[in-house]
Design a binder for this molecule. Structure first.
Ligand code: FBP
Length: 242
């Protein structure tokens, strides 16, 4: 149960309203829900907001996102390069690090090369690595959630040394079972995506957990909800019980 809050970087404040634009509000949701096993920040937010964990009001373990890109380059082959070092992530209190690879992009080699070095250093320093595996670009256009492409993304993350891969849901249990099988011993967490109807979201969570996923990394479906704490608990009910 990872609570993702790097969308201000990836999309700009357009995803936010007057409440959730404040990182403190996300920390509050996380504390009140009490179900998250990780919280995902970029380094700047971690530096200014994560230390509040030491003030007696604990936050879940920090997953520090090491790379990122803005949404200004729409329509191009995406690339996202490392911005934060592993040493810096450790200083900020990270218990794991995250990195996005745009699978299928014409720049995927650059991200894969950087990622394998990150895995080597992070594992040497006892930090697990979460790979955000996002199929993107013209070579996979229209197939971003297809069984073969997502299973390929899962397999790639396994072969690159990730401990967890965050992947899109393929839309049905059977195809996602193949994704999970392709991931081998690596654990699979499913991305939340844009805000959905609560019933649709919970059905999906049930399906991908049944297919063998380990959990979910979710942001907008929590903090854009009218009841962020309530939906967090409903998702957790499925994630921890299926
Ligand atoms: P959401 O649940 O809000 O989709 O968050 C998951 C996430 O992976 C974030 O970590 C990231 O900022 C965002 O999705 C990127 O989404 P996209 O690449 O679709 O713009």
């Amino acid at each position: 149960m990872l609570l993702a809050y790097d969308q201000g970087f990836e999309h700009g404040p357009t995803d936010f309203d007057d409440d959730n634009v404040d990182p403190e509000a996300i920390c509050k949701i996380s504390r009140e829900a009490g179900v998250f096993t990780g919280i995902v920040f970029q380094s700047g937010i971690a530096e200014k907001y994560y230390p509040s964990a030491s003030s007696g009001q604990a936050l879940p373990p920090l997953v520090l996102k090491l790379n990122g890109k803005t949404s200004f380059h729409k329509g191009e082959e995406p690339v996202s390069l490392q911005l934060c070092s592993i040493d810096r992530a450790k200083e900020l209190g990270a218990k794991a690090v995250g990195y996005t690879i745009y699978v299928g992009s014409e720049h995927e080699e650059q991200m894969m090369a950087e990622f394998t070095k990150i895995v080597e250093e992070a594992h040497h320093k006892d930090l697990p690595v979460v790979a955000w595996m996002y199929p993107r670009g013209k070579h996979v256009e229209g197939k971003e959630t297809s069984k073969d492409v997502v299973a390929y993304a899962a397999r790639l993350a396994l072969e690159l040394g990730a401990d967890f891969a965050k992947l899109p849901y393929t839309g049905d249990v059977e195809s996602f079972e193949w994704v999970v099988k392709s991931a081998g011993k690596m654990k699979v967490v499913v991305q939340g995506g844009s805000k959905k109807d609560e019933g649709v979201l919970l059905d999906q969570v049930w399906e991908f957990m049944k297919a063998g996923a380990t959990g979910m990394a979710v942001g907008r479906n929590i903090w854009q909800s009218d009841d962020p704490v309530g939906i967090s608990k409903k998702i957790a009910e499925i994630v921890f019980k299926v």
